[in-house]
Design a protein around this ligand. Structure first.
Ligand SMILES: NC(=O)c1ccc[n+]([C@@H]2O[C@H](COP(=O)([O-])OP(=O)(O)OC[C@H]3O[C@@H](n4cnc5c(N)ncnc54)[C@H](OP(=O)(O)O)[C@@H]3O)[C@@H](O)[C@H]2O)c1
Length: 206
């Protein structure tokens, strides 16, 4: 299906789910963990996804997904090796604490690494990443960033796991808007009590 090697940094709800979905879709996936030796057995290890240090995972991959607390992205970015030529996906949202002095993880990665950074896989709950299909309807994904080649890769990563479309929100000037879009999902799902089994879909007349 693809020759992309994907490093997933942060393998909790979002990272673990996407790692599994991509592995099951034929991608070569490696987990980058703070403590790769920690004896934790989970769906990813059961699926045979290897785990290594964050630095090694980033070196091995050409696409790096980050799904850790937003405020931890600055320290992470400073620890990463040279990422020239690699694509970085920022799936984080600053729900509680911003990655000061930056507004978003995207801005930290853009400033502190050489990667082509795109924000994506942040605008819906991890349950919808596990299964984006509601009856006949496939949810949409959304992304923002300045690198068109990176965005075309991410569009395939989204549609290959069942999202119907991965809409381009625009360049880096739209990243904060995309993070607010994610906070809108959180508001509806959690604060307004609609539950996590809801998702965004663009409909079109004609
Ligand atoms: N939950 C959702 O539905 C959802 C949806 C969209 C976006 N997001 C965003 O995605 C990110 C992750 O959310 P989650 O729900 O997947 O979180 P989670 O289940 O708590 O997992 C967090 C992961 O981040 C790692 N981590 C924590 N601090 C770290 C650090 N300082 N350096 C490196 N790794 C660190 C943890 O690794 P250890 O095992 O080493 O602690 C863990 O694997 C957040 O920014 C969240 O806002 C979440």
């Amino acid at each position: 299906m693809s020759n992309h090697k994907i490093a997933v940094i942060g393998h909790g709800n979002v990272g673990g789910t996407l790692a599994l979905r991509w592995k099951n879709s034929g991608y070569d996936v490696v987990l980058g963990a703070r403590d790769p030796e920690a004896p934790s057995r989970n769906e990813c290890t059961d699926a045979g996804i290897p785990s290594t240090s964050i630095e090694q995972a980033a070196l091995k991959a050409d696409v790096i997904l980050v799904a850790i607390p937003s405020h931890a992205t600055v320290d992470l970015a400073k620890k990463l090796p040279d990422l020239t030529g690699k694509i970085m996906i920022d799936a984080t949202n600053a729900v509680v604490k911003k990655p000061s002095p930056y507004d978003t993880g995207f801005h930290a990665f853009e400033d502190l690494t050489e990667a082509a950074v795109v924000k994506a896989f942040n605008s819906t709950g991890f349950e919808n990443m596990r299964n984006p299909v509601y009856g006949d309807i496939h949810l949409d994904m959304f992304m923002a960033g300045d690198d068109d080649n990176a965005k075309s890769v991410i569009k395939r990563l989204a549609t290959n796991i069942g999202f119907e479309e991965c809409y381009d929100f625009g360049g880096s000037d739209k990243v904060v808007l995309l993070e607010k879009f994610a906070l809108s999902w959180i508001n509806l799902a959690i604060m307004q009590g609609h539950g996590r089994d809801i998702g965004f879909k663009v409909v079109r007349r004609g």
